[in-house]
Design a protein around this ligand. Structure first.
Ligand SMILES: *Cc1c(COP(=O)(O)O)cnc(C)c1O
Ligand code: SF4
Length: 340
């Protein structure tokens, strides 16, 4: 007769209690005056644009905790705080800067580059970044209805030149893991798709999203896995983000980062070098540094190409080549991102 050994039992206290990421998502700060109060900057509330300039503030509390108290120029705060400058009309800054947003929304699949198809898997984000095209496209929560998976998978099935599926959005990790499981079941009979790439800001802004159910799903996928994070400043990475990255790497995924070059946030060689170093410490390689899409309401973030190139020069002078991101711009109708 076998008796259970008490010593073999897993005690719940052996695991730190984990807050459910959906709860943290719901508890995000959505009131600009509250955010300023939390940061000891209540006087700045007088300078807020009405109704958040049409794009609601949203920022998880864990991300707020990484902002410097009392600093109106904090690089994380500047990425999320509505500004009066967003109301300025600036020539060349338009609602649909990337040009294909309407098409994206109806089709859900973007197949612009050879071998790679991009699926708009979710319209939601845990954070609202002021510089993002999403400010004009408040997609619904449920982009990834079953019908849309079907449409995307149909497209992949018809074209065996596609070897990589990119999940993007919005943020694809806004989807419940059960939704991602649905998608991967659909991929099972598409032998030419050998890589899955996920573009996500969640491991940075809400690292609790990288929970055991998600990592189990990712680890079990019979595909090569690539995760492209999105961080713009070293201060966005803390120990929780390190943990999320370590868990992602444990699934066998390769980790990269893309950033957007933003005036006042990271348009400084020291800051960009610090970001690359910090990413590498977390096991992440810098991939792209994007020139801003010229989206209405974002002109105050723009860095001109001359300065951007000078920053790249300074980065090359101080970093190993593998820590220097590629400076690129998205231009409609081209076969790849265009190097600046
Ligand atoms: C950016 C992008 C990709 C990925 O391009 P890479 O250069 O491979 O990172 C793929 N499809 C679309 C539509 C894109 O915008
Ligand atoms: S898509 Fe990315 S950049 Fe845009 S709001 Fe969402 S997380 Fe921010």
């Amino acid at each position: 007769m076998i008796t259970a050994s008490p010593g073999a039992r897993i005690t719940p206290s052996a695991h730190a209690p984990m807050t459910d990421w959906r709860q943290l998502w719901r508890e995000a700060v959505t009131d600009a005056a509250e955010l300023l109060g939390l940061l000891g900057l209540p006087h700045l509330a007088r300078q807020l644009p009405p109704a958040d300039a049409g794009f609601q503030l949203r920022v998880p509390r864990g991300f707020v905790a990484r902002m410097r108290h009392g600093d109106a120029r904090d690089p994380l705060l500047l990425q999320v705080l509505p500004q009066l400058a967003e109301l300025d009309e600036v020539a060349g800054f338009v609602v649909d800067a990337v040009g294909d947003l309407a098409a994206r929304e109806t089709q859900g699949v973007l197949h612009k580059y050879h071998g790679r198809a991009l699926l708009i898997a979710s319209g939601s984000c845990a954070i609202n970044c002021r510089y993002c095209f999403r400010r004009h496209f408040p997609y619904g929560e449920e982009m990834a209805a079953a019908g849309q998976w079907r449409q995307a998978l149909e497209h992949l099935r018809r074209d065996d030149s596609i070897s990589e599926l990119i999940l993007s959005g919005g943020d694809p990790l806004a989807l419940a893991t059960s939704k991602l499981e649905e998608l991967s079941r659909g991929l099972a009979d598409l032998p030419h798709v050998t890589r899955l790439r996920i573009h996500t800001r969640l491991p940075v802004v809400l690292p609790e999203r990288i929970d055991p159910a998600f990592t189990a799903w990712l680890a079990a996928l019979p595909l090569q896995k690539v995760v492209v994070l999105h961080a713009n400043h070293a201060n966005e990475l803390d120990e929780r983000v390190d943990t999320a990255c370590a868990r992602l790497r444990d699934t066998g995924a390769s980790l990269f980062n893309q950033s957007v070059l933003l005036r006042g946030v990271n348009d400084d060689a020291e800051v960009l070098a610090g970001l690359s170093e910090r990413l590498f410490a977390a096991g992440v390689l810098p991939y792209y540094l994007h020139q801003l899409d010229r989206v209405q309401g974002t002109a105050h973030f723009e860095v001109d190409d001359i300065r951007a190139l000078a920053l790249m020069e300074a980065l090359r002078a101080r970093l190993p080549g593998y820590l220097v991101p590629r400076l690129v711009r998205e231009v409609g109708g081209e076969a790849s991102k265009r190097p600046v």
